[in-house]
Design a protein around this ligand. Sequence first.
Ligand SMILES: [Mg+2]
Length: 208
Amino acid sequence: MIQYLLFDLDNTLYSARFGLEERVAQRMIRYAAHYLHLSVEETAAQRKDGETRYGTTLEWLMYEKGFTDIEEYYRAIHPADEADTLTADPELQKFLEALPCPKAILTNSNREHVDLILSKLKLENIFTHIFDIRWNNFQGKPRPEVFQRALDTLGTRPETTLFIDDYPRYVSGYIAIGGKGILLDEFDLHQNYPHPRIRKLEELVDFL
Ligand SMILES: [Mg+2]
């Protein structure tokens, strides 16, 4: 039986249609290109290769490129106006409030970004815990220890905690440690993904 719900934030608690995370990703690559003195295209190609080893661009820069200025990086990729187009969804708010389990967030973003997004979505009072990248010592999903630390703090186990994320690798990583995971695949992009998949968050009730 599911006792806790663990949500990703970006493109999970709001639609990818807003383009917000896509713009963050573009800023990450531009920032990395500037730091590495490479073209955006070359940086994107290298980052794609690094993706097989790291869940986040920051980890790739830190562990392979000697990068250390973490706070400047976050200021650059998350400008103050990044969520200006994001709007709250009262239906989602009601849906989350009505779910029978407590809810937490596990994100590879930083806390300032989480707080901005949650205030825009008017979801500030829904979650018992927010596990951000700083809390995880700048190590991100899909590392097994990142999931395990969150579960230990919640006092739950993988098999009783349902994790919902829009990245196949992150959900697969959670399933690999024995967790119950669902891929939120809003645009039906991952048809070959071998595990449970939903198009809308509301469908997660089928897994409780
Ligand atoms: Mg996401």
